[in-house]
Design a protein around this ligand. Sequence first.
Ligand code: PXG
Length: 454
Amino acid sequence: MRTYDTSALQDLDHKHYYHPFTNHPDMWSKGAHIITEAENVYIYDSDGNRYLDAMSGLWCVNIGYGRNELAETAKLQMEQLPYYNSFFQTAQLPAVELAEMLASVTPAGLNRTFFGCSGSDANDTIVRLVRHFWSCQGHPDRNVIVSRKNAYHGSTIAGSSLGGMSSMHAQGGLPIPNIRHINQPYFYREGGDMTPEEFGLERARELEKTILELGPDRVAAFIGEPIQGAGGVIIPPDSYWPEINRICQKYDVLLCADEVICGFGRTGNWFGTDTFGIAADIMSMAKGLSSGYQPISAVVISDRIGDVLDSKGGEFTHGYTYSGHPVACAVALKNLEIMRDERIIETARENTQDYLQSKVALLNRHPLVGEARGCGFLGALELVRNPATGERYDDKGTAGKTCRDIAIGNGLVMRAIGDIMVFCPPLIISRDQIDELYRLILKTLDQTQDALNR
Ligand code: PXG
């Protein structure tokens, strides 16, 4: 493995690079961790160290690293047409083909796609699109979007407003008006004495209460991640999504599924909406759409919405220079062709998903773990001082940070969300690699507990 002058790179980084979601002084005390290469489920740093990347980059490299067909596709597309736009009645081949592919893999009735470059901008598009949908039918006041606390829908102004992260709202004067946040279906911490079923219904019915409080003629849409990813892999009880479906249908509130993490196999099916039976009118997607090989996002809309926009919407005054970028679309299309032709999602579901989840279940026995939960290729561990009571070590996320740093030292990338450790390996992870992941997690938990008790 090639190595680099790490400290020289870290100096340059320190001087010139302002990072996303980073406490810079904290990072500088050890130096940025510089990643230089990747293959399959492994990444390598500038010193040549290897890590099992149980985060798939940032929840996105679903088909794994090193698929040269994607590089080849990008090269050919750059040679043929590196850029053209989709504004003002033009289109490019890869965008048209990708839109058709998305119609074929998404649920019936979702057949048209608007392209962007990130999950955040996809959700911005949703805000403008659903408000325009109601406005062009004579309901400009039907503009409230209901979301959840602790949801993550991106980092742009509208994306972070939709999101329910209080630390994000604290910066930049957010949220924007007419976004309402209801409680999340987080059973482990908020379920109290209820059964999961009862709790799921109760949390879903907060949507109904909010609709009735505002008046159904004010509520444009509800948005939710099938499973909240960045919120800590919050898996709703089975009763939750059917009740949300019922409520949205009853009050004609558009149901928007944020599939940015859950899409493209992460929950064991093509989409989280398939896994949970969500009757979505709109889906936003990014990440696994190109397995992270190119920045691209998509908003797929129902035929009903498309028909209204066609007949009443006039020009949609929204778009990005790189909407439908030919290189990004070509790479995403190739990624989806590989997923479809190699049956990556189905094979993972049949061969490795249950095996991975059986290991997750075993982690419930570890004395540092209050709850280990998972779904498909997502896992989460609630780190606690006392598993019987769920008591945390502190409210500063010390256990999570300690665990993450120890994991890195052990050659494992997991993410700490407060004291919840999360992981989401590439779908192509093998059984042997799952064994390796499990061993590394156990070793890391043991060492973390020692460090915390010291
Ligand atoms: N929706 C969801 C559900 C996401 O997880 C976005 C939208 C925004 O996508 P872009 O491409 O604009 O980043 C995301 C992104 C984390 C973390 O803390 C998660 C994301 C991004 C960065 C960090 O785990 N998810």
